[in-house]
Design a protein around this ligand. Structure first.
Ligand code: PRP
Ligand code: MN
Ligand code: MG
Length: 185
């Protein structure tokens, strides 16, 4: 079979770097929440699936997980900041400490909206944990408690991140090679 990695122009964050950093983030999260009141982990489908799976297993407390699927819509692209819920949580948030788990914060619009939405449901606290963040792409300030890596604005894939639903299952995070965009899809 063809190696998916051949379709990357470079690897930005290796599987091992992701694992090491995730362990550090988990220790920080464990220190920030009382052991008898762990946060509800809320993953944002689909990109956050890998981070959630790895983070939850790294945490040394009962990691309850729930999921949301959201979609941006409106005039043009996802950067409208208008978000629609495609799949909502099964869990009531009143009085809960919530930790949103994301793969990447790009413009910040999805997370800014989501954080406010979850807070409005009466959550006691809402924090954000993201594996990647693109500081230079920020359109809105989002207060992020836990960040794995700040990266440049290149189009990255892997570890949950997709290009047209592909490459999510790459173990590393890489920059997609230009010849892929040119596309023989
Ligand atoms: C991506 C990514 C984040 C969001 C970040 O999800 O996983 O959820 O975009 O973008 P923003 O900071 O500009 O709002 P996407 O909408 O591609 O859905 P997916 O997770 O299913 O790939
Ligand atoms: Mn996503
Ligand atoms: Mg996507």
């Amino acid at each position: 079979a063809k190696d998916l990695g051949d379709e990357l122009s470079k690897i930005l964050v290796t599987e091992e770097q992701l694992r090491t950093r995730l362990a550090e983030m988990a220790r920080q999260i464990e220190a920030d929440y009382p052991a008898d009141r762990p946060p509800l982990l809320v993953g944002v489908l689909k990109g956050a699936v890998m981070v959630m799976a790895d983070l939850a297993r790294e945490l040394r407390f009962h990691a309850e997980m729930d999921w949301m699927a959201v979609s941006s819509y409106g005039a043009s692209t996802k950067s409208s900041g208008v978000v629609r819920i495609l799949k909502d949580l099964d869990t009531a948030l009143e009085g809960r400490d919530v930790l949103i788990v994301e793969d990447i914060i790009d413009s910040g619009l999805t997370l800014a909206w989501l954080k406010e939405n979850l807070e409005s449901r009466g959550a006691k606290s809402v924090r954000i944990c993201t594996m990647l963040r693109k500081p230079d792409a920020a359109k809105v300030e989002v207060d992020v408690a836990y960040v794995g890596f700040d990266i440049p604005t290149d189009f990255v894939v892997g570890y949950g991140l997709d290009y047209a639903e592909r490459y999510r299952n790459l173990r590393d995070v890489g920059v997609l090679a230009p010849h892929v965009y040119a596309g023989e899809d």
